[in-house]
Design a protein around this ligand. Structure first.
Ligand code: FRU
Length: 484
């Protein structure tokens, strides 16, 4: 595969060049969303890891900034988070002009050691100074990483809390601090639930159930790799309570052994923004998988490798009597929706000759007289399969088959993902497509599947009923407004 075969996304954040993995230091400050990210300033492999930087006022148009925190002789700058030190607890800023404080993992190679270090910015996140007393939290171990810091304000008091992982022990460790530099141990969580691979990039935050401020639960997000539901990297979440010291899982919250945040292969290391109201809790994840991330084609002649998911607002909802995390993408600019006419479909019919390269598709299909249906995305109108999204009502799942052309990307790329959905007669989906990715939101956003897609030869959209005719109540496609 050549570089030209990996097109730059339209809707998704991607750096101008070079390697990118996890989002870091997500913070909303003075009207701007700051997105830092794991990057290699020197090339397209995972090396010299530093924090890249972009910012946006609307989460869709991103301005690229110079490297924010550069690797040095102490180590690479692995994943972490940023907070606004409003009370100037650290003393790095002032009460009027609060510093942004980043906690990140300083990862040294020789000896192999991972400890948490601090950098601060007194110019609203544009330039950063590493703290002279680094590292600020060192357990003397080699896989202690990914600090996510937040301000806890509750019955137990008001202080900073850090969640980080002892990755190979599959443990989330919680610490507290009054000044962001001195940390004391609070408690640990795990290993439990999905415990294959290593645990990485935890996040912990409160959400109100169905928007009810008197029923607040805490959600712990844990990325793990390998051992994800679709193979390789994946993300689980745990709903529970946090009393300021200990996080305890709500055992009957969801009724499932493991709650997967995403059923695809390419949603990893997702974390949320600091500085937003509880109802606006927003996550961005890396749209890739360590199974093949290092060998993906580097795109568009710019030698760039890596993109993010759409930003997603998170909420907690009761669905079929259980609590579920719901994700709703922050809408990107779209052209007017085009509704497609299709009434009853049995044999395969082409709905559109040219599906937009990027955009949103919403669909509502009544399957009461059928076993399900299959949607062929970017297929050849003459009959080739393309990407196949199928609904099987009996099984109560949808599947996404991205095998066609997948072996050109990487040998472990071709796959069929499966996601349980509520098994109703009427299936409603919201699908965001980009040149090389798909994000599928089902059950009102409580089931999500994110996959990178191989380059496709076809452009058409087709549908067929399976085990009978389906009634297409609505299919509408809105093309993304191409930036620039
Ligand atoms: C997750 C991760 C983190 C680590 C970073 C290194 O993808 O492995 O645990 O801090 O990437 O780039």
């Amino acid at each position: 595969m050549t570089d030209a075969d990996a097109p730059r996304p339209v809707l998704h954040f991607t750096p101008e060049r070079n390697w990118m993995n996890d989002p870091n230091g997500l913070v909303f400050h003075r009207g701007r969303y700051h997105l830092y990210y794991q990057c290699n300033p020197e090339g397209t492999i995972h090396d010299h890891i530093s924090w890249g930087h972009a910012s946006s006022t609307d989460l869709t148009h991103w301005e690229h900034h110079p490297i924010a925190i550069r690797d040095d002789e102490a180590g690479e700058i692995f994943s972490g988070s940023a907070v606004i030190d409003h009370g100037n607890t650290s003393g790095f800023g002032s009460a009027d002009a609060p510093a942004l404080v980043a906690l990140y993992t300083q990862a040294s190679r020789n000896p192999s050691r991972q400890a948490q270090s601090l950098a601060y910015s007194i110019d609203d996140g544009m330039t950063w100074t590493k703290y002279a007393g680094n590292p600020v939290l060192d357990r003397g171990t080699g896989e202690f990483r990914d600090p996510k810091v937040f301000r806890y304000d509750g019955p137990a008091g008001s202080y900073w809390v850090m969640v980080a992982v002892e990755a190979v022990h599959r443990q989330v460790l919680l610490y507290r601090s009054d000044d962001l530099t001195r940390w004391t141990f609070l408690s640990s969580f795990g290993p439990e639930r999905a415990v294959d691979g290593v645990w990485e990039c935890p996040d912990l935050f409160p959400l109100a159930v169905d928007g009810d401020p008197s029923d607040v639960r805490w959600v712990l997000i844990i990325s793990l790799s390998p051992g994800g539901v679709a193979g390789g990297s994946g993300t689980q979440y745990v709903i529970g309570r946090f009393d300021g010291v200990t996080f305890s899982a709500d055992t009957e919250a969801t009724g499932e052994a493991v709650d997967w945040l995403d059923f695809g292969r390419d949603c990893y290391a997702g974390v949320t923004f600091d500085g937003l109201a509880r109802e606006e809790r927003t996550m961005i994840a890396w749209m890739s998988n360590w199974d093949y991330a290092r060998e993906l084609p580097a795109g568009d002649g710019l030698l760039q490798r890596g993109m993010m998911t759409l930003p997603r607002r998170l909420s907690l909802v009761r669905h079929d009597g259980r609590l579920r995390l719901r994700q709703q993408p922050v809408a990107a600019p779209l052209e007017d929706e085009v509704a497609i006419e299709a009434a009853s479909v049995d044999e395969r019919v082409t709905l559109m000759e040219r599906l937009p390269e990027a955009g949103r598709m919403t669909l509502r299909v009544d399957t009461r007289d059928a076993a399900g249906f299959a949607l062929h995305l970017r297929c050849d109108p003459a009959g080739g399969d393309g990407i196949v999204l199928a609904y099987d009502r009996q099984e109560g799942h949808i599947s996404l088959d991205r095998r066609a052309g997948g072996d050109q990307v990487h040998e472990s790329f071709p796959s069929v993902e499966v996601m349980p959905v509520s098994g109703a007669e009427l299936l409603e989906l919201v699908i965001w497509l980009d040149r090389a990715s798909i994000e599928i939101f089902a059950d009102g956003g409580t089931r999500v599947l994110t996959d990178l897609l191989p380059p496709q030869r076809g452009t058409a959209l087709a549908i067929e009923g399976r085990g009978g005719a389906v009634r297409v109540e609505r299919i509408a496609v809105a093309e993304a407004v191409v930036p620039g």
